[in-house]
Design a protein around this ligand. Structure first.
Ligand code: HEC
Ligand code: HEC
Length: 368
């Protein structure tokens, strides 16, 4: 190129080597998929009939007030279980975008602000939220009771006809069946996972299966970039909340309460692990000490980067944001030692191959 081959940085062609601590960090991001336990708070977890019904319910518009919107309207199967929009639109415009539905079992918090600690509790929210599907318990109960197919399946799985149940129980059971299905959606192993497993065995994989640039990205991710501090473990998330430098104003002047709003909702919700609808509340109900991350102005759970190629563009895009990296403990006031500017969304995951899906997988969109 321009007769200046020697000008190209030679580092690009040198094999990437990992230090022992980088190797240990890489290994900690797997194996994948993880063994998945039953959700003790959901009696339908792992129940085949409930999973099938939950799957059907997910795209059933009768669960919305207007009869024109289902979970799948926003969590679109043809769009990696999101809608690709910067902000989701239900009965009204929501403040945040639609996260993909995958790898949701065994999580500690759900939603961008952690407003739920159960997947079924999180699944109930859009059913009742006036800005989303807006059905509410009474209307939903009527729909289930008076739709013969729904009533039949419900009775088969629950053991009682819906007409013998309170609207609140119907709402909770529908949430739990939706959850039973969603739990089963797990992203398959990626080229990164094959590389990581080979590393664990003391082997290497050929460069065409995990390129030199992917290795450089990985080295940065677990090393200098410190990404693993928040995106750690097999799910690439610490499942906690961080202020990542996004503006906390919505529509100009309205403050987004972030994690504080989520905690507030969580503490008032009856649909929690320790709440009255849980099938196996933990022995010591989680109180305030259980709740971690007392950070101010948090914007979202450290997203499980396993799903990142599936995520839609802003409000949490990597394109425009400079991500402050706190070196030690998020929530202290000592701000960043350095900023890392992120690659555009489309290539967010590409360089290090985390989510570069194999062919024929069901998430194909990677944001515009
Ligand atoms: C109007 C669009 C819309 C509809 C309809 C919708 N969702 Fe969502 N969903 C969202 C948005 C937006 C969020 C993020 C909410 C937040 O935390 O601020 C979300 C979050 C979730 C999450 C949390 C995922 C995570 O990573 O923590 C689950 C689970 C979920 N939705 C399931 C459902 C189910 C089940 C239904 C149907 C009963 C449904 N959604 C209907 C837009 C929608
Ligand atoms: C301080 C904790 C923290 C650090 C360090 C961090 N992230 Fe994140 N990351 C987050 C949070 C929180 C989110 C989700 C935020 C949101 O979208 O509102 C996120 C989201 C992402 C996403 C989008 C994932 C998705 O599902 O859409 C990518 C990609 C990403 N981070 C990559 C990186 C990379 C690369 C680094 C290192 C250079 C890094 N992150 C360092 C906290 C962190």
């Amino acid at each position: 190129m321009l007769g200046c081959t020697g000008c190209l940085p030679s580092a690009a062609s040198e094999p990437v080597r990992f230090t022992p601590s980088e190797r240990a960090m890489i290994l900690s991001h797997g194996p994948w998929p993880q063994q998945q336990g039953r959700d003790p708070s959901n009696r339908f977890s792992g129940n085949g009939a409930a999973i099938r019904f939950g799957r059907a319910l997910f795209s059933d518009a009768r669960l919305s007030a207007g009869g024109d919107m289902s979970c799948a309207t926003c969590h679109r199967p043809d769009r990696a279980m999101t809608d690709g929009l910067p902000r989701a639109r239900g009965e009204a415009l929501l403040d945040r975008n639609t996260p993909p539905i995958a790898n949701l079992a065994d999580r500690r918090w759900y939603g961008w602000t952690g407003q739920a600690d159960t997947l079924w509790g999180q699944s109930i929210r859009p059913l009742v939220n006036p800005m989303e599907m807006a059905a509410g318990p009474e209307l939903l109960a009527r729909r289930v009771i008076f739709s013969p197919d729904l009533a039949r399946s419900y009775r088969r799985i629950v053991g009682r006809p819906p007409s013998a149940e309170s609207p609140e129980s119907i709402l909770v059971n529908i949430g739990k069946m939706l959850s039973a299905w969603q739990e089963t959606l797990v992203t398959p192993a990626t080229p990164f996972d094959r590389f990581r497993d080979a590393l664990a065995r003391g082997e290497d994989v050929p460069a065409d299966q995990f390129s030199a640039s992917a290795r450089r990205g990985l080295k940065f991710f677990v090393g200098e970039g410190r990404c693993s501090l928040c995106h750690f473990g097999p799910g690439f998330s610490n499942d906690e909340f961080h202020h990542i430098g996004l503006l906390h104003f919505v529509d100009g002047d309205r403050v987004d309460p972030g994690r504080h709003g989520g905690l507030d909702r969580y503490l008032r919700s009856p649909y929690t692990r320790a709440g009255p609808h849980s099938d196996e509340p933990p022995e010591a109900p989680p109180g305030h000490p259980e709740i971690s991350s007392p950070v101010t102005r948090t914007t979202g759970a450290a997203s499980g980067c396993r799903r990142c190629a599936m995520s839609p563009p802003p409000r949490r895009t990597c394109t425009t944001v400079r991500w402050p990296i706190w070196p030690r403990w998020w929530g202290t006031t000592t701000k960043s030692t350095w900023n890392v500017s992120m690659p555009p969304v489309k290539r967010c995951c590409g360089p290090w191959g985390l989510m570069r899906p194999g062919s024929g997988t069901w998430w194909t969109s990677c944001g515009p």
